[in-house]
Write a protein that binds this ligand. Structure first.
Ligand SMILES: [Zn+2]
Length: 65
């Protein structure tokens, strides 16, 4: 069985759709942030990813036609 993933933003356990989409960001945070040198492991469920996209001033969505 795959390891259980929890959404960092809302605390929801990933369901099959969240797991399939697998929105995750793994990166090292640099000196430009207050977390300088720490590692970021961010997992988002589908609805939190949608909220994040909706909060963007410049949409990160590139529509495929
Ligand atoms: Zn969430």
């Amino acid at each position: 069985m795959a390891k259980e993933i929890t959404c960092n933003r809302c605390g929801k356990k990933f369901d099959i759709w969240d797991t399939q989409e697998n929105f995750s960001i793994n990166t090292r945070l640099g000196y430009g942030t207050k977390y300088d040198g720490d590692d970021l492991e961010l997992d988002l469920c589908c609805s939190c990813m949608e909220k994040l996209i909706d909060e963007c001033v410049i949409s990160p969505i590139k529509e495929n036609t």
